[in-house]
Design a protein around this ligand. Structure first.
Ligand code: COA
Length: 196
């Protein structure tokens, strides 16, 4: 079975997707398309096989108010541009087959392209507590919250500036910061996420 990762298309069947997380499913069924095609506040990438959506990830540009970088790299005192991984879910029937990991890798590659083309210091995620280990296993790191609160279920806004620290990973993009459960990749994952 060939699995493709590509942007959501307006004609995709979203309604049969079921991750088991009601809020994420509702978001995907009702809001992902309008946020992408009408409001342009986020783009959803889908892992698709034989026209069936197995997983999705929604990203949007954001900024990060950083007071310092754990890497020690000095940064100017401006809001730092980041790519925010706002939503990620895998269909329950496709769970455990690597599609979540493949979509995160795809998002890291997007952030790397942003870094090179428009400026971006990393990929940011507000991880739910139950998913924090999933991100850690991918090389993300928990960044301590210095100030601000994070909703456990991020609202579909393009930007949230609640993060206050981030870091860059060894020359490659991999910065992430966030709330109590936000995590960051130390290095980029292999670029094998286009097809699985
Ligand atoms: C969390 C989620 C995205 C993982 O997707 P998935 O496709 O099942 O995960 P993968 O198959 O890509 O797993 C990659 C690795 O992470 C591990 N993993 C998966 N889910 C995990 C979790 N919740 N906690 C810790 N590790 C997890 C897998 O065992 C696998 O390890 P391996 O590479 O050593 O074999 C999926 O379970 C999901 O949609 N959950 C509900 C929604 C959710 O919590 N989204 C995240 C919001 S922040």
């Amino acid at each position: 079975m060939t699995v493709e990762i590509r942007p959501l298309a307006a004609s995709d069947d979203r309604q049969s997707f079921r991750s088991g997380d009601e809020a994420l499913d509702l978001y995907f069924h009702r809001y992902a398309a309008q946020n992408q095609f009408r409001y342009h506040i986020g783009v959803t990438y889908v892992a698709v096989a034989e026209e069936r959506i197995l997983a999705f990830a929604t990203v949007s540009p954001a900024t990060l108010d950083a007071e310092g970088l754990p890497s020690g790299k000095p940064m100017p005192p401006y809001p730092l541009p980041v790519l925010r991984l706002a939503r990620l879910a895998v269909d329950a029937l496709a769970a455990g087959r690597g599609y979540g990991k493949a979509l995160v890798r795809h998002c890291i590659e997007l952030a790397e392209r942003m870094r090179d083309e428009v400026g971006c210091v990393g990929l940011v995620v507000d991880a739910k507590p139950a998913a924090a280990d999933f991100y850690r296993r991918l090389g993300f790191e928990v960044i301590a919250l210095v100030e601000g609160e994070s909703e456990q279920r991020p609202v579909p806004t393009p930007c949230s500036c609640r993060w206050v620290r981030c870091h860059l990973g060894g020359g490659r993009l991999g910065a992430v910061a966030g709330s109590v459960h936000a995590v960051a990749p130390r290095k980029s994952a292999p670029a094998d996420s286009k097809q699985r």
